[in-house]
Structure formats: structure tokens, C-alpha cells
Design a protein around this ligand. Structure first.
Ligand SMILES: *Cc1c(COP(=O)(O)O)cnc(C)c1O
Length: 414
């Protein structure tokens, strides 16, 4: 950081402070992770200087003799990691990748099915005020309020009624396994295409800890920065039949020059995800989430769907009489970071909903295991049960910091 320190002390100061925050706090936001120093080196490399509109060996600018190889390697690894026919590694992030997919296979106004936002869907899956909801006719399915799980018979009924051109599965706040094969059967019954958005679970799917939609689904999108533990960005995988349409929709349909420094980071992350240690990591992410969920239940917390099959836990705080925002803010003061979240059938507003969402990808990267989960459940319980006791919060902050110093964050030395 010596150059930043000299050139821009103001930004340097905040990066240093953020380093300390990341090292001394417990990161439970389920979409976050700590990427490796190798990935960070690629993202901070001279590759940021290069323009490379087009695709490997078919570019609009000169000087591509190195870039073409980097992007080809990234494509090859993405295909191998997920067993896909085709990969596009250029999407800047998950949201533009989803928009590009819609642009590739739909006409404006076409009917699409996606999970409703307050039931665990993503804003790009048809939120009325978002691009997706404005450009396409989204029909939104829900989870069963009693079980917290997707009711596949409801999905089938809605599909038969609305005859969507595309059905989306894969979510942002859903703690359970997804029945990919059933979604595909329903899609076939109504002649719909299928799109899986595995942004949250891609790392666990790559490790075969969760079932993959790749054998069944037409198109798969994932971000690369969540459980997959790569740089911020996304990739699109698809069956050969959709390859041309997807590539044309990403460039020139939706994007200009690809970010080759990030693509190099993606290639490195895919290589890392193929190693045996990554499989162990993914298995532990799931074990930690299960253990944390069980401990929270013992302390009287209500979990949506009563548990988890993945890295993610959704707590309904209604019985604790503490709204999600207040819980998030109090936990922030002790160094435990998570996010307030709507619960299925949310009676409150999205800015101050009834729940909190948490997950284990980042703490598992720090090598925390079951004893750490017990400790974290205990702190969450003590903070929420004593929501206004700032003396206690200060004491817990010290305990959190002490635990964290025994579990270094990759790439951070303090
Ligand atoms: C995170 C996420 C996205 C969007 O990713 P961004 O990189 O934040 O744009 C899309 N879909 C799902 C299901 C996600 O969880």
C-alpha cells in the first residue's frame, strides 16, 4: 500500500481502517468472503490498463497476445469446474449478467417466473421497480409461509397458468436445497427455458457439497465473489445451443470492454476451487452453518424453514421483540456484521424488516469451526437478549476481537 499512502493519504487511511475492521470483526454476511492474496494481486495488476473488446482471438483492438490467453484459461477452467458446455467470463457482476441473459433469450414484455424478493428472490428476478420488473412481465412465486420452503406444486400451477418463456430458480435468501430436476420437469411441461442463479451457492456446487443445476438447466449465472471466493464479478454458463446468443448479449449487447484484471482473478479463483482444500472448505461451510443453526435454535431463535441445508440462515426475530434493523445495528457495535432481511410474508417494511440473514462462508475461510459457532451463537443471543445494554456490548466487543485475532484473514497482517 506504499504508493497509495504517498499519493492519497485520505483513501489510504480508510483502507487501513477497513483492514482492521475486517480482521477484528466476525463477518456473517452470507454473500461476503475473503478472497486469496493471489486473486487480489491479479485484481490490482497492470491488466487493468488493457482494452480488449470482443472475445479471445476475435478482438477489436491490438496487443491481445497475453490477454487472449488469460481469458481462454479462465473460460476453460470455468467449464471444467462446473462441467458446462460453454462459459462467458466477462460479466462485470451478477446484476448485469442477469440482464444480459434476459436480453439474450427474451423479447421485452415476455413472461418470466422468479421468486418474490421478500421470499428470498433477488432484485434482478422481477422486482417491479427494477430493470427486470420493468422490461419483462415477471410472475412471482413464493415460499410456503408455514414451511419456509418452495412449494413445487404451486410453481407448477403458476407455470401452467402463465406459460412463462423462462423460469428462474436460485435465490439470495433461501436456506434450503433447490429441486433443480423438478424445476426442469415443470419447465418442460410448459415449454419454458430454465435459468439457474447460483450466485450464493456456486462454491458449494463446484465442490459437489450441493447438487448442481448444470446437467438440467439451459443457462446458469453465478457471481464469483460469494462462496466461490473469487474477485467481484460474474460468469454465465450455458448449453451449446445458447452460446452464441449469450456471448452476443454480453458483448456488444450489454457491456463494452471486459475487465481483464478481474478475469485473471476469476481464473485464479477457479484454479483454487479445483483443489482438495477447497472441497474441505465447502464441507466445513455447510457443517458450520448447520451447527450455528442448531445452537441458535437451542437459544429460542426461530429460523425460517427451521434450519439450513446450505451456508445461509434466516432468523425471524418476531418472538424476540427486536426488529431486524435494531439487531443489525447492535451486533455491528460488537463487531458482528450481518444484514437485516425480510422474512416470507414480511409484515414490516424492507428498511426495517423482521429478520436477519447470516452465513458461514467468510468465517470458514478464517478456519473457524464448531466451537467458534457455539461462541458466535452465544454472543448473538446475549446481544439480542440485552439489546440496550451498551456496557455488555462493549465487553462482548473485546471478546469478539480476542477470538478474531486467533483466526487471521488471508492477506491481512495487523
Ligand atoms: C448477489 C446476487 C446477484 C447479484 O450480484 P451483484 O454482483 O451484486 O450484482 C444476483 N442474483 C443473486 C441470487 C444474488 O444472490
Amino acid at each position: 500500500m506504499s504508493y497509495i499512502k504517498k499519493t492519497d493519504p485520505e483513501i489510504y487511511e480508510y483502507i487501513e481502517r477497513e483492514k482492521i475492521r475486517q480482521a477484528e470483526g466476525i463477518e456473517l454476511i452470507p454473500s461476503e468472503n475473503y478472497t486469496s492474496p493471489a486473486v487480489m494481486e491479479a485484481c490490482g495488476s497492470i491488466l487493468t490498463n488493457k482494452y480488449s473488446e470482443g472475445y479471445p482471438f476475435k478482438r477489436y483492438y491490438g496487443g491481445q497476445e497475453n490477454i487472449d490467453h488469460i481469458e481462454s484459461i479462465a473460460i476453460g477452467r470455468a467449464k471444467k469446474l462446473f462441467g458446462a458446455d460453454h462459459a462467458n467470463v466477462q460479466p462485470y457482476s451478477g446484476s448485469p449478467a442477469n440482464a444480459a441473459i434476459y436480453f439474450a433469450v427474451l423479447e421485452f414484455g415476455d413472461t418470466v417466473m422468479g421468486l418474490k424478493l421478500d421470499h428470498g428472490g433477488h432484485i434482478t428476478h422481477g422486482l417491479p421497480i427494477a430493470y427486470s420488473g420493468k422490461a419483462y412481465n415477471f410472475v412471482q412465486y413464493e415460499v410456503d409461509i408455514n414451511t419456509g420452503r418452495i412449494d413445487m406444486e404451486e410453481v407448477r400451477k403458476l407455470a401452467k397458468k402463465h406459460k412463462p418463456k423462462l423460469i428462474i430458480a436460485g435465490f439470495t435468501a433461501y436456506p434450503r436445497d433447490i429441486e433443480w430436476k423438478k424445476f426442469k420437469e415443470i419447465a418442460d411441461e410448459v415449454g419454458a427455458m430454465t435459468m439457474a442463479d447460483i450466485s450464493h451457492t456456486a462454491g458449494l456446487i463446484a465442490s459437489k457439497v450441493l447438487e448442481s443445476p448444470v446437467p438440467y438447466f439451459d443457462i446458469i449465472m453465478t457471481t464469483t465473489h460469494k462462496t466461490l471466493r473469487g474477485p467481484r464479478g460474474a460468469i454465465i454458463l450455458c448449453k451449446e445451443k445458447f452460446a452464441k446468443a449469450i456471448d452476443k448479449a454480453v458483448f456488444p449487447g450489454f457491456q463494452g470492454g471486459p475487465h481483464e484484471h478481474t478475469i485473471a482473478g476469476k481464473a485464479i479463483a477457479f484454479h483454487e476451487a479445483m483443489q482438495p482444500e477447497f472441497k474441505k472448505y465447502s464441507e466445513q461451510v455447510k457443517k458450520n452453518a448447520y451447527h450455528l443453526a442448531e445452537k441458535l435454535k437451542e437459544k429460542g431463535f426461530n429460523l425460517v424453514s427451521d434450519g439450513t441445508d446450505t451456508h445461509l440462515i434466516l432468523i425471524d426475530l418476531t418472538n424476540k421483540n427486536v426488529p431486524g434493523r435494531k439487531a443489525q445495528e447492535a451486533l455491528d457495535t460488537v463487531g458482528i456484521t450481518l444484514n437485516k432481511n425480510t422474512i416470507p410474508g414480511e409484515p414490516r417494511s424492507p428498511m426495517d424488516p423482521s429478520g436477519i440473514r447470516l452465513g458461514t462462508p467468510a468465517i470458514t475461510t478464517r478456519r473457524m469451526r464448531e466451537p467458534g459457532m457455539e461462541q458466535i451463537a452465544d454472543w448473538i443471543d446475549r446481544v439480542i437478549s440485552n439489546i440496550d445494554n451498551t456496557d455488555l456490548h462493549r465487553k462482548i466487543k473485546e471478546e469478539v476481537k480476542e477470538l478474531c485475532l486467533n483466526f487471521p484473514v488471508p492477506g491481512i497482517k495487523i
